[in-house]
Ligand binder design. Structure first.
Ligand code: MG
Length: 197
């Protein structure tokens, strides 16, 4: 049997077509575009609540909600930047006006907790789409948001519970809670710091 002659020239191997899909699925792109609007709406919603508290003279609550509004803007920008990193173009939508009047402190704290639960559901929904599409970059991104939502729900339910337990019918306790919430400081998420560096 004759031996096959080996070519002295090195051939470039033909790579098989890439099987791992990159984040190019329209479903993911649309879902993240919608989420950007939702995060921006959340920012407006919390800023409107901050304005309500400011108007009532509750400066600590006002500060807490002002920082919450900054965090929501950060969330929107993290999704926005991520789309660029994935090689996709964000499409921005309209942001609805939030309500400007609220019934009471309790009403705001309740709405906030419910809103965060709604955001969690929305993040879970995108995570599910990402898994179905096997978009691993999106899955990693959404893991960060799942942890973040866990914190958001913890913080907002704790504010509501503590208000009901101590401050709802006690002016001194309300004064203390307002002072405590006023100590909140803003920290830019590391994800955003890294991207902007
Ligand atoms: Mg958010």
């Amino acid at each position: 049997m004759a031996k096959e002659k080996k070519s002295s020239k090195t051939k470039t191997p033909t790579m098989p077509e890439r099987k791992t899909r990159r984040i190019t699925d329209d479903k993911i792109l649309n879902a993240i575009n919608d989420q950007i609007v939702l995060e921006q709406y959340s920012a407006q919603y919390y800023l409107a609540m901050s304005a309500w508290f400011e108007d009532k003279g509750l400066e600590g609550f006002a500060r807490w909600y002002y920082i919450q509004h900054q965090e929501e803007l950060d969330h929107a920008m993290i999704f926005y930047n991520a789309l660029h990193q994935f090689g996709l173009k964000p499409v921005l939508g309209a942001i609805d006006a939030p309500p400007s009047d609220y019934e009471s402190i309790e009403d705001i704290l309740e709405q906030t907790y419910k809103h965060e639960q709604y955001i969690t559901d929305s993040i879970h929904n995108i995570a599910q789409i990402a898994q179905e599409c096997q978009d691993f970059k999106a899955i990693t991104l959404l893991d960060w948001f799942i942890d973040e939502q866990n914190e958001e729900e913890d913080n907002t339910s704790s504010n509501l519970e503590r208000y009901r337990l101590f401050a709802k019918e006690n002016g001194q306790a309300l004064y203390s809670l307002d002072n405590e919430l006023g100590q909140r400081t803003y920290t830019k998420p590391q994800k955003l710091v890294d991207y902007e560096a």
